[in-house]
Ligand binder design. Structure first.
Ligand code: ADP
Ligand code: MG
Length: 254
């Protein structure tokens, strides 16, 4: 197979009669972090939903050469796609550890022997706690009692229990203080570097996302209006101001 690990081409998606994505295309190399930026309502969430099968898409989305369109979310999950939705979606009444074990559930069906599977899940719990020591401290607490930042860590930790090939993150910074977001993104970058997990992160907070991304795309009204290496997009102050509504020059080095 030549080409990128994730290849999106001429992707259309929407809700009923409402068309949201009007034929977007981008590719992500294996082990890269790709940021999708853009204003509220641009179609960022819809893009991730189309990738993981939560909404129907038309066009083509291949992961390592395998077509993802036309599959259900549990099928894309089995193919290695882990989707952390906007708003996290963790179970408040379950403990932190129970939430993490839910994340391993889809792997259980791969026909491995029960005992070796238990060992593998235990090892993955350790791995996730290694990335997120705070989750270990709070492993027996109800998820609902965690702070917003800890809940986002839990949502990402749960996704990592799948050992994903492709991690989709939808607005991980939403509602979090900048310092907490920075810490979260640092961990995402570490996971990316240590496990070569390919990441697509959707963000309104362009500055933070560009700090960890290799490539970035700007989405506006369901169309990509700008694509390129993250460095280049960050440095193009005018572009950033026009499309992202941020003053990049003023914040440089901050
Ligand atoms: N479940 C839905 N039903 C109908 N329209 C929706 C639904 N979800 C989102 N939309 C519409 O699709 C467009 C893009 O939304 P979304 O992908 O959530 O944008 P973003 O994540 O960039 O803010 C918006 O106009 C929004 O109102
Ligand atoms: Mg969104």
């Amino acid at each position: 197979m030549t080409g990128a690990f994730l290849e999106v081409s001429d992707l259309h998606a929407g809700y009923g009669q409402a068309r949201v994505l009007h034929g977007i295309g981008f590719s992500v190399g294996r082990g890269e972090i790709c940021a999708i930026l853009g204003p509220n309502g641009a179609g960022k969430t819809t893009t991730l939903r189309a990738l993981s099968g939560m909404v129907k898409g038309r066009g083509s989305v291949t992961l390592d050469g395998v077509q993802l369109l036309g599959r259900l979310p549990e099928q894309t999950a089995r193919l290695g796609v882990a989707h952390v939705p906007q708003g996290r979606g963790t179970f408040n009444d379950l403990t932190v550890e129970e939430n993490l074990r839910v994340g391993a559930y889809l792997r259980h069906r791969r026909g491995r022997r029960a005992r070796s599977e238990r060992v593998a899940v235990a090892a993955d719990l350790e791995r996730v706690y290694g990335y997120f020591p705070k989750l270990r401290e709070r492993s027996r607490q109800a998820a609902g009692s965690l702070s917003g930042g800890e809940q986002q860590m839990l949502a990402i930790g749960r996704a990592l229990m799948l050992r994903p090939a492709l991690l989709l993150l939808d607005e991980p910074s939403l509602g979090l203080a900048p310092l907490v977001t920075r810490e979260l993104f640092r961990i995402v970058r570490t996971v990316n570097e240590e496990e070569r997990t390919t990441v697509v992160v959707v963000e309104q907070n362009a500055q933070l996302a560009l700090d960890i991304a290799h490539q970035a795309h700007v989405l506006e009204s369901g169309r990509l209006v700008l694509s390129g290496p993250a460095d280049q997009i960050r440095q193009d102050g005018q572009v950033a101001e026009v499309y992202l509504g941020i003053s990049v020059q003023a914040r440089k080095g901050g």
